[in-house]
Design a protein around this ligand. Structure first.
Ligand SMILES: [Zn+2]
Length: 174
C-alpha cells in the first residue's frame, strides 16, 4: 500500500496497517522496506524472515523455514514463482514424509535440465495456507521450542497444499 501524504512522517504506531500479508495473512505495522522479487509477502512480513535465523547446526530447521515461508507466500504465476513453489513443496514433501531422504534429491533440487524434464507448472495455491506463520515462529523461545514451532508451521503449510500432494510426490519421484 502506498503511503498517503497524511501518513508520511507519522509515528509507526499510528500509521495505518497495510492489511494482512498477501501470503500468510499476518497483520503487521506498515513497513517501507524491500519486498522479495517474486514471493507474495508484504514488506513487513519479509523483514521478519530476515530475523528468523536458525542455529547453524539445525540444517533441517533451516530448510523448513525456507520451504514453509516460500510455500506460504507463493505470489503470482511467473517462471520464478513456478519453480519456487514447486521446489519448496518438493523439499517439504521430502523432509516431512521421507525424513529428507530421496534418491531424487540432488537431481531434483540441483540440476536444471532434470528440473525442466519434470514439466513443473503452476500449482494453484490453496485459499488458506496454514494458521501458523513466521510471527508465531518468532514468538517461540529460541532453541527447541522454536524448532518445534517451525516444524508445526511447515506441517500446516504442507497440509494446506494437500490438493497438489500427488503432483508434488510425482515430481519428487517417491
Ligand atoms: Zn507473510
Amino acid at each position: 500500500m502506498a503511503a498517503t501524504p497524511a501518513m508520511v512522517g507519522a509515528p509507526l504506531s499510528v500509521r495505518a496497517h497495510e492489511g494482512g500479508c498477501p501470503g500468510c495473512g499476518a497483520v503487521l505495522p506498515a513497513a517501507d522496506g524491500p519486498r522479495h522479487a517474486y514471493l507474495g509477502a508484504s514488506a513487513a512480513c519479509w523483514a521478519l524472515f530476515h530475523r528468523l535465523a536458525p542455529p547453524p547446526d539445525r540444517q533441517r530447521t533451516k530448510r523448513l523455514i525456507h520451504d514453509a515461508y516460500a510455500a506460504q507466500h507463493p505470489g503470482v504465476p511467473s517462471r520464478r514463482a513456478v519453480q519456487s513453489v514447486a521446489v519448496h513443496l518438493m523439499d517439504l514433501c521430502l523432509l516431512l514424509e521421507h525424513d529428507g531422504q530421496s534418491h531424487r534429491l540432488e537431481p531434483v533440487l540441483g540440476v536444471m535440465p532434470r528440473r525442466r524434464a519434470l514439466d513443473l507448472h503452476w500449482l494453484e495455491p490453496p485459499a488458506t495456507r496454514g494458521t501458523v506463520t513466521i510471527v508465531d515462529a518468532l514468538d517461540a523461545r529460541d532453541g527447541d521450542e522454536r524448532a518445534a514451532r517451525i516444524d508445526q508451521w511447515a506441517e500446516l503449510v504442507w497440509g494446506a497444499w494437500e490438493p497438489h500432494h500427488e503432483t508434488v510426490r510425482r515430481w519428487v519421484g517417491v
